[in-house]
Design a protein around this ligand. Structure first.
Ligand SMILES: Nc1nc2c(ncn2[C@@H]2O[C@H](COP(=O)(O)OP(=O)(O)O)[C@@H](O)[C@H]2O)c(=O)[nH]1
Ligand SMILES: [Mg+2]
Ligand SMILES: [Zn+2]
Length: 312
């Protein structure tokens, strides 16, 4: 029998069959990914083969090849990775411009990681009902313009007024979407709005354990009325960055990458080199300072002494 893994808590997996039956499964045998050790060999979004015993206990016996999968390091010290989800069609990052403020660095790290996985990303700006002052509206317009001009769709939502919820539903329909965002931006409220009757608690205990070493990472997929699924990963902020090579980082900032075609040197890091077209574009305000700052902040993770940005 085959099915879709819709929940993963510790070593337990819930598998949904095409007939609509959910089996609580363990794993039988060994599944390994080439080159990395993982804490969970199977993830939410995996299509699997299962064997059901006469006593109704069930085992996952095989995994179908994945289209993609996203991982994060199991803990800071660990060499093991945790697979957050597999076979995603898109990622949606929920952000807010106030209560709380989502930093552009956080947004850009998320977008660049999504680029690295080659999974299309959309930005959802929630709580737009709080943006009433002219200054707030200007900020909303500026952020929206910044990201749409790079090529990322931006949706404005408010779970208080209902603004944008239909547009959000349409963008999610018939796709498997990872929903991500800092704590407090309204992720749980949005999921509850999209899936009435689910009634997720808005304050998750797992949020408190974010920095703990032994966080039981937990992912779940929720079916949408219009078809498709939302993947929720309470306690996982963004993806955790992939280990980029310093020349790769620019590839994951589309506008920086486009500009870099005209750099004098092929191995330009766009930080100090003569003839750098990216620095030129930054000067001409064709590349936003906030995006360039985020680019530098990722570079500084790779070579801290070299690229640390003085004022960030
Ligand atoms: N003003 C306003 N508050 C919202 C909106 N969406 C969620 N909230 C509130 O923001 C707080 C955090 O929401 P929650 O869904 O728990 O955020 P999460 O941590 O991202 O899951 C709650 O008090 C919600 O009622 C919105 O669109 N507008
Ligand atoms: Mg929540
Ligand atoms: Zn350059």
């Amino acid at each position: 029998m085959t099915g879709l893994v819709i929940r993963n808590t510790g070593s337990a997996y819930t598998v949904l069959t095409p007939e609509g039956i959910e089996y609580n499964c363990k794993i039988k045998g060994k599944f390994r990914l080439k080159g990395i050790r993982t804490t969970n060999p199977v993830a939410v979004g995996d299509h699997v083969e299962i064997a059901v015993q006469p006593d109704q206990s069930a085992y996952i016996t095989a995994i179908e090849p994945r289209r993609n999968y996203i991982i994060r390091r199991a803990s800071n010290l660990s060499k093991e990775a945790h697979i957050i989800a597999a076979n995603l069609d898109q990622t949606f990052l929920i952000v807010t411009l106030t209560h709380p403020v989502t930093s552009t660095t956080f947004i850009d790290r998320f977008l660049s990681t999504s680029e690295a996985y080659r999974i299309p990303a959309t930005i959802v700006i929630n709580k737009v009902d709080l943006l009433t002052e002219p200054d707030d509206r200007e900020l909303l317009d500026a952020v929206t313009y910044l990201y749409t001009s790079i090529g990322y769709p931006v949706i404005h939502t408010s779970t208080k007024t209902g603004e944008g919820i239909d547009a959000l539903s349409r963008a999610l329909a018939n796709r498997i979407t990872l929903l991500s965002g800092n704590s407090g931006v309204g992720k749980t409220t949005i999921i509850n709005t999209l899936i009435p009757g689910l009634e997720l608690r808005t304050a998750e205990i797992s949020d408190v354990h974010l920095t703990g070493m032994h966080t039981t990472t937990f992912s779940e997929m929720y079916p949408l009325r219009e078809g498709g699924y939302i993947v929720d990963t309470p306690g996982v902020r963004g993806f955790g960055t992939i280990d980029f090579d310093k020349y790769q980082v620019a590839h994951y900032f589309p506008e920086i990458f486009r500009a870099s075609a005209n750099c004098r040197y092929g191995n330009c890091t766009h930080t100090h080199e003569p003839g750098c077209a990216v620095l030129q574009a930054l000067d001409n305000q064709e590349i936003a300072q906030s995006r360039y700052t985020s680019y530098l902040s990722i570079l500084s993770d790779i070579e801290p002494s070299k690229y640390r940005n003085g004022n960030s």
